[in-house]
Design a protein around this ligand. Structure first.
Ligand SMILES: [Zn+2]
Ligand SMILES: [Zn+2]
Length: 248
């Protein structure tokens, strides 16, 4: 005989709670599987392309011997060190582009926490790579600042979002051959903060040629910074510069 509704209530409530929980628990962004409250499921997280252990201490490109690559030894850049958890390859490229071009702000904590977990030195302050005013108005947010907020939250390092400004609306780096990108970035930034004696970490989503980071690092060193580290979500490896329209 069927039980009265009042006796069946606990079971019905539990079922409803389960259904609501399943509806609210976000699925893995990449495969749609169960993600246990995280943005990615354990399998997809494990498969993300991570930077090789052996890489140049300055620019983070893979090397087979020594501490620095030939390019950094021959022409040391203004930045001192780059720390990047991921290689700019599938599916990290899709995640980065989702954040930047499709307003998928939920991706920012994933990239920010990955940077925080890969930190190999502790800077004094975090400065997000500035966006030009026009680009900021078009996009509505600075993806580097969104990532930086989560690095700051995970590490407790102070975030200075307005320490530097981009004062020249440069041509999109993605539209230029990589050997013209340094010229394009010249005099693009101004640093308003006094960073005398400070170890600054610049946060950005992607680093390709390093021209943008190098130009900002030049300004930061002029403003007194003793060390500039790039904390980059994804490093582009040689060979993929030309085939991907990258923005750094
Ligand atoms: Zn997945
Ligand atoms: Zn290097």
């Amino acid at each position: 005989m069927r039980q009265p509704l009042s006796n069946r209530m606990p079971g019905i409530v539990a079922s409803c709670v389960r259904i609501v929980q399943q509806a609210l628990a976000p699925a893995c962004l990449l495969c749609g599987g169960a993600a246990a409250g995280a943005l990615l499921c354990a399998g997809c997280d494990e498969d993300l392309p991570r930077l090789a252990h052996e890489h140049c201490d300055t620019c983070a490109l893979p090397i087979t011997a020594g501490a620095r690559c030939g390019a950094c030894l021959a022409h040391p850049p203004h930045y001192d060190h780059v720390c990047a958890p991921f290689v700019y390859a599938f599916p990290v490229d899709a995640l980065v582009q989702g954040l930047k071009y499709r307003d998928m702000l939920a991706i920012a904590p994933l990239l920010g926490e990955a940077i925080a977990a890969s930190l190999d030195e502790r800077p004094d302050v975090l400065i997000p790579m500035p966006l030009a005013q026009l680009r900021l108005r078009e996009r509505g947010f600075n993806q580097a600042q969104e990532i930086a907020r989560h690095v700051a939250r995970a590490t407790g390092i102070a975030l200075q979002p307005h320490a530097c400004r981009k004062v020249r609306d440069t041509a999109p780096q993605a539209a230029l051959p990589w050997n013209e990108r340094a010229k394009n970035m010249r005099k693009a930034f101004v640093c308003d903060a006094d960073v005398t004696g400070v170890h600054v970490a610049v946060i950005d989503d992607v680093m390709t040629t390093g021209a943008t980071l190098n130009e900002l690092a030049r300004n930061l060193k002029q403003a007194g910074a003793v060390r500039v580290t790039g904390l980059i979500a994804a490093r582009t490896l040689p060979g993929s510069f030309k085939k991907q329209g990258l923005d750094v």
